[in-house]
Design a protein around this ligand. Structure first.
Ligand code: SAM
Length: 276
């Protein structure tokens, strides 16, 4: 596994997706999990959040449905997954399209190597995926990413996903990235993400989550990029398409909801923004 820092969370979430495979519909998540990930996940489950598999499965399904919906209308479009980690969307979508996955250099190198291994072993089908390394917190990284993506996207419709990343970025870097995204996307393109509201600071699961990241994953401090619904609705260049929280979407897709009590879940919101 990659050394324990914030990227370790990219492995943890896949163990959760794998544990709720029927609901997440991610049959590839388990490929990324080894004994060291399982050990960390067991600690996470005990110390933070027993219902993470359900939460991650619901999140996976929300974004998968958005992707399927968008690319049914835009089969020539491009899927850009920012901070893609070890997600499997290009392998899960109804109609695979050209995909670009962006993450920190160490994650991108590891993913490229493992995808090749999994494909050669017959465990993963081929997909048209380009891997791009960038640090979104750094202006030079965002500029280089803009050049790289603008050449690849050209004037095509795009769906940009920021899953499990909005809260970890510096607030200034997040807003700067949103401006970059607006410059890259054509009218009618979509950008979707999960995000946390400021009131999350009063939530016990969140507090335990922060504590776990600090103690077990070397996450340096407790400053998270929290976003109000008004700020989300007012992002430059975008209209609000759809917004829902994890518990409401759970009610739509799960016969056994477990995320209905705010105090007992990590309260996540999902949004789809549409480029004006
Ligand atoms: C919680 S994981 C989410 C991964 C994936 N999107 C998912 O939902 O499974 C956070 C991801 O953000 C990436 N990341 C963290 N900081 C980043 C930065 N400054 N620039 C680019 N990627 C970053 C990590 O490497 C990791 O893959």
């Amino acid at each position: 596994m990659i050394k324990k820092n914030i990227s370790a969370s990219a492995f943890l979430v896949n163990e959760s997706r794998a544990r709720a495979e029927q609901l997440s519909q991610d049959s590839y998540a388990k490929l990324w999990v080894d004994a060291s990930v399982r050990d960390l996940w067991n600690l996470f489950s005990k110390e933070v959040y027993l219902n993470d598999p359900q939460a991650l499965a619901v999140r996976n399904r929300f974004f998968l449905e958005c992707l399927n919906h968008f690319f049914a209308d835009n089969p020539q479009g491009v899927f850009i997954n920012i901070a893609a980690g070890f997600t499997s969307y290009p392998y899960l979508m109804d109609c695979p399209v050209q995909a670009i996955e962006v993450d920190l250099p160490g994650v991108v190198e590891y993913k490229k190597k493992k995808v090749k291994e999994f494909r050669e072993a017959g465990n993963l089908p081929w997909r048209d995926i380009a891997y791009v390394a960038a640090d979104l917190n750094c202006p030079k990284g965002r500029d280089a990413l803009y050049s790289e993506l603008s050449q690849r996207i050209k004037a095509r419709p795009s769906f940009m996903l920021l899953e499990g990343i909005s809260y970890y970025l510096n607030p200034e870097a997040f807003l700067a990235f949103m401006k970059t995204a607006a410059r890259l996307q054509t009218t009618g393109s979509q950008l979707s993400m999960d995000y946390w509201l400021p009131e999350v600071k009063k939530n016990q699961v969140f507090l335990k989550f922060c504590d776990f990241l600090e103690r077990r994953c070397n996450h340096p401090n407790r400053s998270y990029n929290l976003i109000t619904p008004l700020e989300m609705q007012s992002m430059d260049g975008y209209d609000l398409g759809k917004t829902i929280d994890v518990s409401a979407f759970e009610m739509q897709i799960s016969k056994k909801p477990v995320l209905q009590t705010w105090e007992e879940r990590l309260p996540e919101n999902f949004v789809v923004l549409v480029r004006k």
